[in-house]
Design a protein around this ligand. Structure first.
Ligand SMILES: Nc1ncnc2c1ncn2[C@@H]1O[C@H](COP(=O)(O)OP(=O)(O)OP(=O)(O)O)[C@@H](O)[C@H]1O
Ligand SMILES: [Mg+2]
Length: 243
């Protein structure tokens, strides 16, 4: 499989604090990539550098075959569900998705078809004309996913998309992500739900203190930590123990 995301020597500091410390990563096209780490490990900072929201202090990034300075091309092939997103709560779901479709310059026919199919896909068709402010948290997350998919990206970045969702809400997002990955979309998922990650991800990377401390399949992480029958939680705690 070919590489669709690469980062070499990626580094970012905030004042004296090194948030991301010279990391290398590679994601293959079609992969379901799990990006883990304790609070403050540097996950969001890494995702922001990969998606062009912030500039690294050092290092090179390539996404979808484009270098980091080709932000327009990168934006056309990635969809992002960011951490702690806000909504235009006064808009309806349709208005919200139209707003983003217009930003991508979609023509009216294409826009209508795409929005209808996305609302259907994320189960919001019946509430398409309700204001986003009246949505539950789970519905908002599904709308955030629909928004990230408006322009049919090849790569999807998600920063804790199931945070604060009930089990049904988590399951809804997980099922959608699984289907999208089966359709060929590369998924880059950051999550603290280790069951979610072990069920979905074909590769798992653990970040700790801005550095990568593990990279592989669950089986490979088990072998590396000598926790042969360990769960991902056991492995995670073993590798990120601070006390
Ligand atoms: N804008 C900022 N200004 C100053 N420090 C920041 C900023 N963003 C992140 N940091 C610091 O960088 C480090 C990494 O933060 P980051 O948000 O990337 O972690 P994270 O792995 O996403 O954590 P969480 O699981 O809590 O979301 C932390 O020490 C954090 O305090
Ligand atoms: Mg974060």
């Amino acid at each position: 499989m070919s590489e669709i995301i690469t980062a070499k020597n990626l580094t970012k500091s905030y004042g004296d604090r090194v948030a991301v410390d010279h990391i290398d990563l590679t994601v293959a096209a079609g992969e379901f990539y799990g990006f883990l780490g304790p609070n403050g490990a540097g996950k969001t900072t890494t995702i922001r550098m990969l998606t062009g929201i912030i500039e690294p202090d050092e290092g090179d990034v390539s996404v979808g075959g484009y270098p980091s300075n080709d932000k327009g091309s990168i934006a056309s092939v990635i969809g992002v569900v960011p951490e702690g997103r806000g909504f235009y709560e006064w808009m309806t779901a349709v208005e919200y998705l139209e707003f983003f479709a217009d930003l991508y310059g979609m023509n009216p026919d294409e826009k209508k078809k795409r929005i209808d199919s996305l609302l259907e896909k994320v189960g919001l068709d019946a509430r398409r004309n309700s204001r986003v402010g009246t949505y539950s948290r789970g519905m908002k997350q599904r709308l955030a996913l629909a928004r990230a998919l408006v322009h049919q990206p090849k790569i999807l970045f998600l920063d804790e998309p199931t945070l604060g969702l009930d089990p049904q809400g988590q399951e809804d997002i997980q099922r959608l992500l699984k289907d999208l990955n089966k359709e060929g979309i590369t998924v880059f998922l950051s999550s603290h739900l280790l069951n979610e990650v072990s069920n979905l991800c074909s590769r798992i990377v653990i970040l700790h203190g801005g550095r990568i401390v593990a990279n592989g399949t669950l089986e490979q992480l088990r072998a590396k930590t000598s926790l042969q029958s360990g769960s991902l939680t056991d492995i995670f705690l073993h590798l990120t123990r601070t006390l």
